[in-house]
Write a protein that binds this ligand. Structure first.
Ligand code: BG6
Length: 474
């Protein structure tokens, strides 16, 4: 079997709001994730124009407790070490550092929590990979400013990033600015903390919000280079190839257009430092007029990223004319692909799609690629002896890793792979515990019950072997 580079960064990925818990500890303020209800209707509720950002008695809020990494971090990092992780992807909760988001001075207690976590990772020889903003905007920035529609968030984000870079220089080398920045096109609330009200021009607000994030990302990149030029700053996108449903030229064009809007629109700004050629027509035809400040275009051009990171869960198949009953259960719309099976949540499983998109991204950008999310959300069954035989997860991950190795053989420079939810955590789209991704099982359930005890699934030992053999065992 082909192997990956000796210094390949194997590991796992998480996000603060989905696993830390301690939502009001250490002076933390509330974030938008803290007011998102658990359950399959979560996305519907938060994208409803009447969503009020309040806590309601009739809902549950699993993100409040997460899996309590806040108090279990040593035990969890020891398990990551046991698996052989070279890297661990985590995010920092902005509202731990700036509880409201717009303060001038950071919350020292919040920083001290991350000092402990990062020091522990470094002590265990695990390279921290840190996302600065992962679907967890301080709530006050959503309610008082309307989220990323407001230009002032650029300054707040830059200030917050500088605090992190100064505090963790010499300890954290790899940084990601915004998780799945292109997700704003599908989920404006998660990505931009922006409620879309009746009468709002959603497209205008979304692309304006994205422009603010892209400028904020470039300014953070600039700050990192001033503080510690050895830091590596990456962008992070949901990546998926978009297949035409048929050879009908109308479908081919539709898929091509959907693919570039999804993968290359934000990617081009991050990597090439400018809006792509097709943006102009898109803006014109949709009545979008971006408001820019003097110097924005120069800022984008001057501070582009060092590497490109991506999440990959599914491909997308598109058709020019489609009906509702043809829709796939994927998060980015599209129609069902008759060649693919889907997970229990309707996400289509397509390892070859990973090879396709890695090649496309590398051909376009020629920057190192880092797969920072990939995995299967599934129901797990705990046997009487406590074991979890998750052969379906092993099969999914093996097939995707094999596709990644093929892409490397194709000449693509992939520098690492962190599987999503390496320890069970709360799902972002449904707020469920039962949608599990982990190698490590956590005894915590949708009804709030559970001891939070950690245990090793079969996939734990499988992944340990993959890392130990540097991919040869795949
Ligand atoms: C990515 C997000 O979109 O997908 C994660 O960055 C998320 O936050 C992951 O958890 C899996 O999605 P879900 O909805 O199954 O948790």
């Amino acid at each position: 079997m082909k192997q990956v580079a000796k210094n390949f960064l194997w590991g796992g990925a998480t996000a603060a709001n989905q696993f830390e818990g301690g939502y009001q500890e250490g002076g933390k303020g509330l974030s938008i994730a803290d007011v998102m209800p658990g359950g399959k209707d979560r996305m519907k509720i938060i994208h409803d124009p009447t969503f009020d950002f309040e806590l309601h008695d009739e809902y549950t809020y699993p993100n409040h407790e997460g899996i309590d990494f806040y108090h279990h971090y040593k035990e969890d990092i020891a398990l990551f070490k046991e698996m052989g992780f070279k890297t661990f992807r985590m995010s920092i909760a902005w509202s731990r550092i700036f509880p409201n988001g717009d303060e001038l001075e950071p919350n020292e207690e919040g920083l001290q929590f991350y000092d402990r976590v990062i020091d522990e990772l470094v002590a265990q020889g695990i390279e921290p990979l840190v996302t600065i903003s992962h679907y967890e905007l301080p709530l006050h920035l959503a309610t008082a400013y309307g989220g990323w529609r407001d230009r002032r968030l650029v300054t707040f984000f830059e200030r917050y990033s500088r605090v992190l870079f100064e505090r963790y220089q010499g300890k954290v080398k790899y940084w990601l600015t915004f998780n799945e920045i292109n997700g704003a096109q599908f989920m404006p609330m998660l990505s931009l903390g922006m409620a879309i009200r009746e009468g709002d021009d959603q497209l205008q607000l979304t692309y304006q919000g994205l422009h603010h994030q892209l400028v904020a990302s470039a300014l953070a990149t600039k700050a990192a280079r001033e503080i510690d030029p050895s830091m590596q700053i990456g962008c992070m996108l949901i990546a998926a190839p978009v297949y035409p449903y048929s050879s009908n030229p109308e479908d081919i064009w539709y898929a091509h257009d959907a693919e570039r809007m999804m993968n290359f629109f934000c990617g081009d700004v991050h990597v090439r430092g400018e809006y792509p050629s097709f943006a102009k027509r898109f803006f014109r035809e949709n009545g979008i007029e971006l408001v820019m400040e003097d110097g924005d275009l120069e800022t984008l051009k001057a501070h582009t990223v060092d590497f490109f990171s991506l999440s990959y869960y599914m491909s997308r198949t598109e058709k020019a004319e489609k009906t509702e009953d043809e829709a796939a259960g994927n998060i980015m719309s599209g129609v069902k692909n008759p060649y693919l099976k889907a997970s229990d949540w309707g996400w289509e499983i397509d390892p070859m799609g990973l090879r396709v998109i890695l090649n496309k991204l590398y051909e376009r950008y020629e920057l190192p690629l880092f797969i920072v999310e990939n995995g299967l959300g599934a129901y797990d069954k705990v046997e009487a002896d406590g074991s979890v035989h998750d052969d379906y997860r092993i099969e999914y991950l093996r097939d995707h890793l094999k596709a990644m190795v093929e892409a490397i053989e194709d000449g693509v420079d992939v520098i690492g792979y962190t599987s999503w939810g390496c320890i069970d955590l709360v799902s972002a789209s449904t707020g469920e515990y039962s949608k599990r991704y982990g190698f490590i099982y956590v005894d915590k359930h949708d009804d709030g019950s559970g001891t939070l005890e950690r245990s090793r699934k079969d996939s734990f030992f499988w992944y340990q072997d993959v890392i130990q053999t540097n991919g040869a065992s795949l």
